[in-house]
Design a protein around this ligand. Sequence first.
Ligand code: CAA
Ligand code: NAI
Length: 706
Amino acid sequence: MAERAPHGAVASQRHDGILVLTIDNPPVNALSADVRRGLADAIQAAQDDASVQAVLLVGAGRNFIAGADIREFGKPPQPPALPDVCNAIEASAKPVVAALHGAALGGGLEIALAAHYRIALPGARLGLPEVNLGLLPGAGGTQRAPRLAGAAAALDLMLSGRHASAEEALSLGLVDRLDSGADALAAGLAYARELLAQGAAPRRTRDATAALADRAAAQAAIDAARAQVEARARGLFSPAKIIDAVQAALDQPFDAGLRTERALFLQCLDSPQRAGLVHAFFAERETAKAPETRAAQPRPLERLGVVGGGTMGAGIAVAMLDAGLPVVMVEQDDAALARGRARVEQVYDLLIKKGRLDAAGKAERMARYRGATSYDALADADLIVEAVFEDMDVKTAVFAALDRVAKPGAVLASNTSYLDIDRIAAATRRPADVLGLHFFSPANIMKLLEVVVGGRSAPDTVATGFELARRLRKVPVRAGVCDGFIANRILAVHRQAAELMMEDGASPYQIDDAVRAFGYPMGPYQMTDLAGGDIGWATRKRRAATRDPQLRYVQIADRLCERGWFGQKTGRGFYLYPDGARTGTPDPEVLAIIDAERQRAGITPRAFDQEEIQRRYLAAMINEAANVVREGIALRPLDVDVAFLYGYGFPRHRGGPMHYADQVGLPRILADIREFAPQDPHFWKPAPLLVELAESGRTFASLNHA
Ligand code: CAA
Ligand code: NAI
């Protein structure tokens, strides 16, 4: 690790004939305007100073450089531009060496590729992750990476955005050598001295030819990447531009290639997708900073417990075991416990079958798993997640039992989907230790964790919930108590919008198509079939008595469930799944049932086009989200965005429903709702917050920093 420089974003220090430039811009040495200016000035100074024989670039702190300063995107550009800085480095008449440790990402790697020699330390991570932000490497990366590593490897890095290790970077030709030490400055100085002793001259990546010498192979790699992107990119803008830029690296002289790259980069920079992806990047970091995480320290989290070994309990146990923690699972009786353990093992067996885990990995995890049928086994647990049936009486009985056995200070959490955390907490003598931890199914895979804060949850209880999320590598979102919290509450409303459209004339297949065309991986009816129609059916029956009689209740899904058509697992639901197929095909019988239901309800079906389906689906979502924000259930609009990105696969390049609404314009969304209202006035009620923002010309984003 290099020492922090004493002053400035870029510090210059002489070590004999070597000018060491230390980039020092905490927390990650992003390439802010100050850093770019500092580098450009120092490189110029090195040219003018006859006593400088070579230049060494190192990063202070834990990283070399993590990339462009993402906060500057969308603001007026400040000189010098990063491509100019890279070109000045490459043009240096004196050898420039980059010593890489920690993150060397995006513009950071582009700086390194413009240097003449590169050395990497163990643990260095090299990557061109711009695609994750809707961009392409715009400072020569698309031209220099293929010249060093070849088209196939460069495309793989740029299209996946993944990080390569130092060892892999060496094998790809992105760096020249590895050091085994921990000191970038020492490693870089030793390498620079050796180069000087050999009389090494500048060696410019722009002149490298070997990696692209086999033009046919390079063209084949480009064609293959293009075919793959066309099949999989689901409307993403920048992947195709990355490929265009690499094509230019093959076809054009270096300077022309740079100009092509620049033009493509600017197209990406201006795209709404870039704005959506950058919003998502910062939003998901913000949600982790709930007020309680600032106000209190988390309690210890060494031993965990789970009550219930069903779908969720087993998935939660797997998530905990995967994080290296010991878990006790409590079930009602031996048979249910055996099923719970079998569900856990099944997850690992499937991973073994796919080659993603070995037997030793499973054994190591299962050694930390213990099952029990007595609550006494939870006496040592620091945190216990309850995942039993969704029934208030069952939950309160479980919490009363936990209250008797759990040690003082243990955090007691419920994974309830809809029930009132405050009532559950009231079943104990320690409501301050109780909160909701709402996982999403499958709990070992889905990243979202709603941390539901009850009226009496103590700050350190809440902070412990956030700490658990960190340990489990989940994305936590703070939620207040209401029916369904953030994600399920809003989901119920836009699902209702879909139901209304279906009864009014849209087929479930049209609705799924429209939702997929918006960018979701699957539509709502495909999701129902995947999760099992019986789950929603049970919820609907449970809530029948308390349903608002003024809201239209669409019975189509009930008709399918009455026939035992629960989706994939029963071979048919909204779709047919012949012979265990995983993708469904439309079912004419379902369409006949829908027709019959329309007749029963006295509805004459009308046509819906894709655009109207999308407008209704999203307007319902955004409207309810505005209520969730106004009631303080979500702290800010960005918390809703993150919940939707990670809970339901809302297309990330659209930033989340609130960011999307801002992009469309709140007056447009409000006008849509007012247009739909006459048909279903009880359903389409403009949210007061939406009205207030739209009519005062403000945005949801204006509430993110309040
Ligand atoms: N610009 C501005 N801020 C950044 C940043 C960047 N490139 N990268 C990270 N940060 C900020 C984060 O927002 C966070 O700030 P807060 O503490 O205020 O929330 C802080 O740095 C620490 O970040 P993490 O919490 O993510 O820390 P980590 O240790 O878990 O991860 C990292 C570090 C691997 C560098 C990770 O932050 C990361 O992947 N960053 C983004 C890297 C990237 O995408 N670079 C490419 C930028 S685009 C580019 O370079 C385009 C071009 O060619 C012009
Ligand atoms: P499930 O029916 O698959 O599992 C519940 C398990 O709890 C059963 O194995 C049962 O034997 C056990 N159980 C019941 N009473 C018990 C008791 N007193 N002590 C110990 N174990 C007991 O249910 P599922 O789907 O796992 O749901 C559990 C909870 O998670 C519910 O509150 C549900 O609302 C919530 N949830 C469910 C999601 C889903 O997609 N299935 C998603 C998020 C939350």
